[in-house]
Design a protein around this ligand. Structure first.
Ligand code: FAD
Length: 438
């Protein structure tokens, strides 16, 4: 064990809300995960790129020094890594060798352990499913201190419960996964400008079989044509280079006053929408700006000032989903200022009992954190439950326990696995306490 920050200090997720006072131990070796249990750690923590309180608890073990590559097969693309390695570190190793992450979230900074815990999805869920579809096995330390290797046949209930289980079933030590072969570091991108929400959804849905990746940025502040936007469709393509260099980044200087007045956001959205002059545009770019546009500005979450911000991401089934999204936007956009809106589709992939993806539309929205935005979003959540949808735990900071029970009908299956591998109810987080999971 390389270090323990004995003095509790304030910690928060990417949204900078809520803040929990925490003692952090640091694991360097597999055995340190077990030892951290003796020192009362109740949760593994990665890069704190989850937005709300999923990675927060009064006593945690950080996995960031567990960042080694354990095994790599250059011919087949099978990779086994320690849980604290970040996606960026993985990409720097695998891209020059002709491989890529099979699923990646919209930032390359999370750890693979955090990505397992959230069962992250990318812009390719409609083709490739979520992360679990590409993971062969996990090694983890349970709350009882046992080291278990689990997969789809051995300890299958534990394996599935880890995906979406937000760290509540054990400390993941290593992940064995299958990478995706690529011919270059380039992505061929087709960008289509849309007139309104209907057209955005039509294009996203009708192009599902044609492109591996798809995502839409929405302008939800435009009064008449709310939901107009830019649909960005992408595919790995041929090219001469195989580099994992990120684009040059700049850092947001400091936490200061908030920069998101509504008229400023409306003007910003209009300018972003119009930056694309033609309705259809073809380009070829390095994968970095396509998958990780926000990583170019480090610490951009500071722009929301001390109170921080909320990301609210939900999924609703395709049947009735568009009506639900329209009603939801009508309800919230007049009372709160949404600073970012991103729409994607989910296909039929499998996930764990607390996994987020289900077939349908998924919309992620950012808001300044204020008592008003919290109560508005909490009240509007019944629209999501009524439509048969759910909120993403990796982004959540505000869901009420009764909504969780409605949204996650397989929670009983998860709790049965948790009872089996954590009979002493040791593993918990601020999120699990808030939602009544622990
Ligand atoms: C800009 C941005 C864009 C994003 N885009 C997407 C996206 O497109 N799709 C998507 O799915 N997500 C997305 N995310 C969310 C992010 O991928 C997840 O929240 C991920 O879980 C963060 O990993 P982390 O290492 O930061 O984990 P943390 O935030 O530190 O922890 C998250 C959860 O993982 C658990 N955990 C961490 N390490 C371990 C371990 N070794 N063993 C067991 N449990 C562990 C924690 O206990 C906690 O419950 C985005 C986040 C940001 C900031």
């Amino acid at each position: 064990m390389t270090g323990i920050r004995l003095k509790p200090h304030p910690t928060c997720g990417w949204g900078r809300y809520p803040v929990v006072t925490s003692v952090v131990q640091r694991a360097r070796w597999l055995d340190d995960l077990r030892l951290s249990l003796d020192r009362q750690a109740t949760l593994a923590q990665g890069q704190l790129r989850s937005y709300g309180d999923a990675g927060l608890a009064p006593s945690v073990v950080s996995t960031l020094e567990l960042n080694r590559i354990l095994h790599f097969e250059p011919d087949t693309g099978v990779l086994e890594i320690e849980a604290g390695i970040t996606l960026d570190q993985i990409l720097r190793f695998v891209v020059p060798r002709g491989w890529f992450l099979p699923v990646t979230p919209g930032t390359k900074h999370p750890t693979i352990g955090g990505c397992v815990a959230a069962d992250v999805h990318g812009k390719n869920h409609h083709v490739d499913g979520s992360l679990v579809s590409h993971v062969e096995a996990l090694t983890l330390v349970t709350a009882e201190g046992d080291t278990i290797r689990c997969d789809r046949s051995d300890y299958a209930d534990l394996f599935w419960s880890c995906f979406g289980g937000m760290g509540l079933t054990g400390f993941v030590y290593s992940v064995r996964m299958q990478l995706l072969a690529i011919a270059s570091d380039q992505i061929g991108v087709v960008t289509r400008r849309t007139r309104d929400l209907e057209e955005t959804c039509d294009i996203l849905k009708s192009t599902q079989t044609q492109h591996r990746y798809s995502v839409a940025w929405l302008d939800v502040l435009h009064r008449r044509r709310r939901g107009r936007g830019l649909v960005m469709l992408g595919d790995h393509t041929q090219g001469a280079s195989m580099k994992a260099h990120g684009a040059r980044t700049i850092r947001f200087p400091a936490v200061g006053p908030r920069l998101f007045a509504r008229p400023v956001m409306q003007a910003g959205n209009a300018a972003y929408y119009r930056r694309q002059l033609r309705r259809l545009h073809h380009s070829k770019v390095h994968y970095d700006p396509y998958f990780y546009p926000l990583d170019g500005l480090r610490d951009w979450n500071r722009a929301y000032g001390r109170p921080g911000f909320l990301q609210y991401q939900f999924v609703v089934p395709f049947a009735g989903g568009l009506d639900c999204i329209r009603a939801f936007l009508d309800r919230i956009c007049n009372t709160t200022t949404c600073t970012l809106a991103v729409l994607k589709t989910f296909g039929d992939g499998q996930t764990g009992p607390l996994g987020f993806p289900q077939r349908g539309w998924t919309l992620a929205l950012d808001f300044c954190q204020t008592p008003k935005s919290i109560s508005t979003l909490q009240d509007a959540t019944s629209l999501i439950t009524d439509a048969g949808g759910r909120l993403y735990l990796a982004k959540d900071a505000i869901m009420r326990a009764e909504h969780f029970a409605d949204m996650y009908p397989r929670a009983g299956e998860f709790l049965a696995a948790k009872r089996r591998y954590d009979p002493g109810k040791r593993l918990r987080s601020a999120l699990s306490d808030r939602l009544g999971i622990t």
